[in-house]
Design a protein around this ligand. Structure first.
Ligand code: ZN
Length: 313
């Protein structure tokens, strides 16, 4: 199936418009029916374009057929929602996503030597472009852990001197940059530690027409961390990137901002509180719908206060 058969949006079109108008399209990760519902509800309420991000491990967890069955059954406006493979690590998984009906894929060759990253990215680009899909690639490495396939100990910032040739040689449609954000919940010494805006500025000068992507940009709302810990959890030193810094980056061609950890925190905080305060509950639908509602609230909050993408659709 082709993504347009599902009424899914072309990611490239969403990102180009966002870059022109100075907002970012949020890419929220999903891994089950509840997280899908939470994201789509937030998109509907805010009238925001939204990218549904599915990582390789989430695709394994749900299975391609179940995922696409849910997408087929979901309600959303034609062209408002894109479906995107987050961190595809091989040509084959990108090809599989393409066959399932994804709008776009990220090929993450950031751990490869530069020449291999370029050649593999180009191979994926040539394949997905045949189907009108678009490609995101990454140059530079984000530290931290997103899932079992995407983890790195050390940072290496994107080298602005390399981006122009990289984009030309790979034919990538958008580029994920490493400017100091980190995957996962344990990001920074404090939320105020600055991103490298000097690097971002040079990148935008060198590739002014390429939408940029910020991974690891969760803000980790402390209210959720506190709620989890209050109701029996044990999450220590979880800090994100401050919303003010993400907003500043969005004005500098960051057209897609990935958010995963924040949703996990909202979801888990709601479940912990519900189970702890209403110990008589044992119907999963009761606590899962509380979790879905809390995640929707958080997605709405990020759309309105960080992305600036509300009422853009
Ligand atoms: Zn990522």
């Amino acid at each position: 199936m082709h993504y347009s058969d599902f009424g899914l949006a072309d990611t490239k079109t969403l990102l180009k418009q966002a870059m022109r108008q100075g907002y970012a399209v949020p890419a929220f990760n999903l891994y089950n029916m509840e997280t899908l519902t939470a994201i789509l509800d937030a998109a509907k309420i805010t009238q925001s374009p939204v990218i549904l991000a599915v990582s390789e491990s989430a695709l394994e967890y749900m299975g391609g057929d179940i995922l696409m069955g849910m997408i087929r059954g979901a309600e959303y406006k034609r062209g408002q929602i894109a479906l995107h493979l987050d961190h595809g690590h091989s040509f084959d998984v990108c090809k599989y996503a393409c066959e399932l009906g994804f709008s776009s894929v990220m090929f993450d060759g950031s751990a490869l030597p530069l020449d291999k990253n370029i050649s593999e990215s180009r191979r994926v680009a040539d394949y997905v472009h045949k189907f009108g899909m678009s490609l995101e690639t990454e140059l530079g490495v984000l530290a931290g852990t997103e899932d079992k396939n995407t983890t790195a100990k050390n940072h290496s910032f994107t080298n602005p001197e390399l981006v122009k040739d990289f984009v030309r040689q790979t034919k990538t449609d958008s580029l994920a940059v490493a400017i100091g954000t980190t995957h996962g919940a344990y990001k920074r010494k404090s939320a105020n530690e600055s991103l490298r805006f000097d690097i971002l500025e040079k990148i935008t000068e060198n590739i002014p027409n390429t939408p940029l992507v910020l991974h690891g940009a969760s803000s980790i709302p402390q209210k959720y961390v506190n709620q989890i810990n209050k109701f029996g959890g044990d999450v220590k030193n979880a800090h994100g990137t401050s919303p003010a810094q993400i907003r500043r980056a969005i004005k500098m061609h960051i057209a897609k901002v990935n958010v995963d950890s924040d949703s996990r925190f909202a979801f888990t905080a709601a479940i912990r509180k519900t189970l702890a305060t209403k110990p008589e509950i044992f119907d999963p639908r009761t606590y899962l719908s509380k979790a879905t509602d809390e995640m929707t609230k958080n997605c709405i909050d990020e759309i309105q206060n960080i992305m600036g993408s509300g009422y853009k659709f």
